[in-house]
Design a protein around this ligand. Sequence first.
Ligand SMILES: *Cc1c(COP(=O)(O)O)cnc(C)c1O
Length: 424
Amino acid sequence: MNTVDAAGAPEPFASLADEAAALDAADPLAAVRDEFIGAESTLVYFDGNSLGRPLHRSAERLERFVHEQWGGRLIRGWDESWMELPFQIGDTIGRSAIGAAPGQTVIGDSTTVLLYKLIRAAFDAQHASDPARVEIVVDTDNFPTDRYLVEGIATERGGRVRWIDVDRASGVTAEALHAAVGPQTAVVVLSQIAYRSGYLADAPALTRIAHEAGALILWDLCHSAGSVAIEADAWGFDLAVGCTYKYLNGGPGSPAFAYVAGRHQASLAQPIQGWMGNADVFAMGPEYVPSPGMRRFLSGTPPIVGMLALQDTLALIEDVGIDAIRTKSIALTEFSIRLADELLAGLGVTVASPRDAAERGGHVTLQHPSMRAVTATLWAQDVIPDYRDPGGLRIGLSPLSTSFAETLAGMIAVRDAVTAAGRP
Ligand SMILES: *Cc1c(COP(=O)(O)O)cnc(C)c1O
């Protein structure tokens, strides 16, 4: 069970420790935490939204793969199972995490490369069918890679970027998107959960607004896949890309997934035409003929080793259900905001995340000028949040691997570090 228990909290926080213990005792997902490597230590991990912890069973899976599959089957493995793995795991992501029917989700390259391929494909298709559609809409607080890609694609294809200026403590609202889209819009690129503030966008409403303007919309699901319910098909998503090393615990640099709605697959041409996207991979013919279905969005040899571990988290998600995960996620973020108000507000720390749970994803950002130094202090003490400029300490609360006692211990450590940083 959780080793950061009620007895571990210093005396002045005894009632909070009781509360954390009660929340852990009532948590239906509490036992899942013990399935993660490192759960037994007193380390506080507040960064599962950046790099999820590994499951014990993933270590076993990887070891087994090296001995039995790679070592035993050798090159035969491609024919026997590996060629199909990106599609198989993609369909499992579709079913367990993003509400997509089979045949629309695939594991591909990094998030950045998949974003490039899909945004460019969508821009080209839109611009070809209506030359007036020259704008890509993106917000100023979207993740850097998304913004840089959009700028690059606009330059490369003779388009324009239409920026939505957003408040860094929230995100893109329906009104803001409404004002930015029109007959000139080709594609809209938004994150469902803002990486800085944790703002949870109203994805169904924003998708409708993009469609009413005749635009396609691409959702970046990096901070949402595995932490909130997503209904890609039901909400009418056109395209989506998401990370697997965050809430899906795929391991450092594990490859991303792409979702392309069935209705668009045949009309989208992605720019990195490699042999793995060809209609007949092993024909090795003279020219590129895009494969039907999701295969056309692949380029080179699939990164099989990188896509092994995330299957264990997908199985866990199917087992406990995304709704239970979201319920715990909300409870964890509520608890951490309450602790921030109680322990940190007096030190000048503010909450730079939405206070309404319906508008908040799985992390909470705390704002204070000394947070960069505070992060370094905390890391040295095995309390691991991360830092995002300007002055933002991100408290990432991964519902499957984080306990309430751990959250309390970490927030007390934040309080001590901010207090120490304030002393001359
Ligand atoms: C983490 C993250 C990425 C990361 O992209 P990589 O290509 O994996 O480095 C992209 N977009 C968002 C919104 C993210 O949170």
